[in-house]
Design a protein around this ligand. Structure first.
Ligand SMILES: [Zn+2]
Ligand SMILES: [Zn+2]
Length: 410
C-alpha cells in the first residue's frame, strides 16, 4: 500500500494546528481558497501518481536489473544512508533543472503558484513531472542502489520537505546552513529579486552551498511568495497546464523547427546576457490573488475537501488492486469534484449548477452502487452519503450569489 495513506491524517492535523496558531497570533498565513487549491493539487498529484508511478519505478527497475555496477545489500542501514545522500543530490539537479528549463518548469510551477507559504503549500505538488523526473535518478540504479532502498530514500526525501513550508519557524542557526529549513526554503519560494533561482536542496542545503546557489533569508525584506506570472486560479487542472499552454502558444509564434523546439528548453527567465538580471520586482506593488469568494462558499469548499480527503485516502489505498478501468473512473470522479469546487471558488458562471449536479450524482452513486470501488458501505453510511449530497445541493442554492472578483478574472 502507498505509505502516503498513513501520512494524510498527520498532514491534515498539522495544517489545522498551524492555521489555529496563525489565527491566534493574528497572522494572515492562510487563505481558505488558496489552501483548498493546494490540497486539491496534492490529491491531483497522488491520483496521477497512481497511473504514472509505474513509469518511474518501471524504468528504474529495468535499468537496475540490466546495468547495475555494484551489488549493494538492502539489509545494510549504511546503504540506506548512502542512497539518501545520493538521492538528495539527484533531487538537487532535478529541482534545479525544474527551475531552469521551460518544459520542466511547466510541471514544477504548480508547487510555486501559491502566494502563501504554509504547510498546505507543501502538498501543492505537480502531476506531470513524473514524465521526466525518472531520468535524474537513474545514476542510483546504475550504481546499484536496490529498488526498495530507492523507494524508501525517495519517500524520506519527500516527507522531509513537508515541515519546511511554514512561516511559524524562524531562523535555526547553523541548521539553516546544513539542512533545508523553513528559513532557506522560504527564500526558494520567493519572487523578490534576491530569491530567484536558489536553494534547490531537498534535505541538504549543502548542495546549494557547493554549487553556488545558496541564498540566506534577509532580515527586513519580507519574502513575497509566488511566481512572477501569477496563476490567478483555483482550478487544479489549469494549475497543471497553464505554463504548457503558454509555451505551446510561444512555440506556434516561432517560424523554424529549431526555434520551435528551443522554446521548450529555454530558461523561464529568457536568455540573459552575462551580468544581465531578470526584470526588477517591486514587493510594495504586489497584491495576492483573491477571487472574493464568499465565506459560505469557502466553508462549503472546506467541507467538500474533507469528503474528498476521505475518498482520496480510500483511492490511494485500493488503487493498485483495482482494474485499470475502475481506477480511471474513480480518478475521474475525484478530478471532476476538485475542478468543480475550484470553479465555484473562482465564482465562474454555471459553477453552482454544475456543483449541485455533481454532489447529488455522487450521493446517488454512493448510495445505490452495491460497492464503492471494493468498499461495501453499511446502509446508514449510504443514507448519510445521499442526505449529504442533497443537503449540500440545497445549501448551495441558498448561498449568497457569489460576487465576481473585482478585476481578478475575465
Ligand atoms: Zn522549486
Ligand atoms: Zn517548497
Amino acid at each position: 500500500m502507498n505509505p502516503i495513506v498513513y501520512a494524510i491524517p498527520v498532514f491534515m492535523l498539522t495544517i489545522v494546528i498551524e492555521a489555529l496558531i496563525a489565527w491566534r497570533r493574528r497572522r494572515p498565513l492562510y487563505h481558505v481558497p488558496d489552501a483548498v487549491a493546494s490540497l486539491h493539487l496534492g490529491v491531483f498529484s497522488q491520483v496521477a501518481g497512481a497511473f504514472l508511478r509505474v513509469l518511474n519505478l518501471g524504468i528504474y527497475l529495468l535499468v537496475y536489473e540490466r546495468f547495475h555496477a555494484f551489488e549493494l545489500s538492502a539489509k545494510s542501514p549504511w546503504i540506506y544512508l548512502f542512497a539518501l545522500v545520493l538521492y538528495d543530490l539527484a533531487y538537487y539537479f532535478h529541482h534545479r533543472f525544474g527551475h531552469e528549463v521551460n518544459v520542466l518548469w511547466a510541471g514544477h510551477v504548480v508547487h510555486h503558484s501559491s502566494e502563501y507559504f504554509n504547510l498546505s503549500t507543501a502538498l501543492r505538488q505537480p502531476s506531470s513531472t513524473t514524465f521526466v523526473s525518472w531520468m535524474f535518478y537513474l545514476p542510483l540504479a546504475l550504481i546499484g542502489v536496490p529498488p526498495v532502498v530507492f523507494i524508501v530514500a525517495g519517500l524520506i526525501d519527500l516527507l522531509y520537505q513537508y515541515w519546511v513550508h511554514t512561516e511559524l519557524i524562524g531562523r535555526l542557526g547553523v541548521f539553516d546552513r546544513i539542512f533545508v529549513t523553513p528559513s532557506n526554503h522560504r527564500v526558494h519560494h520567493g519572487q523578490n529579486d534576491y530569491c530567484l533561482d536558489c536553494n534547490y536542496g531537498g534535505i541538504f542545503i549543502i548542495w546549494d552551498r557547493i554549487f553556488g546557489t545558496f541564498v540566506e533569508e534577509r532580515e527586513g525584506e519580507p519574502v513575497v511568495y509566488g511566481v512572477r506570472k501569477p496563476l490567478r486560479s483555483y482550478n487544479p487542472l489549469w494549475s497543471n497546464l497553464h505554463v504548457y499552454a503558454d509555451l505551446w502558444q510561444k512555440m506556434r509564434e516561432q517560424k523554424g523547427l529549431r526555434q520551435k523546439i528551443a522554446v521548450w528548453f529555454a530558461p523561464p527567465t529568457g536568455h540573459l546576457a552575462p551580468g544581465e538580471k531578470p526584470p526588477h520586482f517591486e514587493p510594495a506593488t504586489f497584491a495576492r490573488f483573491d477571487s472574493g469568494a464568499d465565506g459560505a462558499v469557502q466553508r462549503y469548499a472546506l467541507l467538500q475537501y474533507t469528503v474528498l480527503a476521505g475518498l482520496t485516502t480510500h483511492f490511494i489505498a485500493v488503487a493498485s488492486s483495482l482494474p485499470v478501468a475502475s481506477r480511471a473512473l474513480y480518478a475521474l470522479c475525484l478530478l471532476c469534484s476538485m475542478t468543480t469546487v475550484g470553479l465555484l471558488l473562482e465564482g465562474r458562471s454555471l459553477a453552482r449548477r454544475i456543483e449541485q449536479g455533481r454532489i447529488v450524482l455522487l450521493g446517488l452513486l454512493f448510495a445505490l452502487s452495491p460497492t464503492w470501488f471494493g468498499f461495501v458501505a453499511p446502509l446508514p453510511l449510504k443514507i448519510f452519503g445521499l442526505l449529504l449530497g442533497i443537503g449540500c445541493a440545497l445549501w448551495l442554492a441558498r448561498m449568497p450569489l457569489f460576487a465576481p472578483p473585482r478585476g481578478a478574472l475575465a
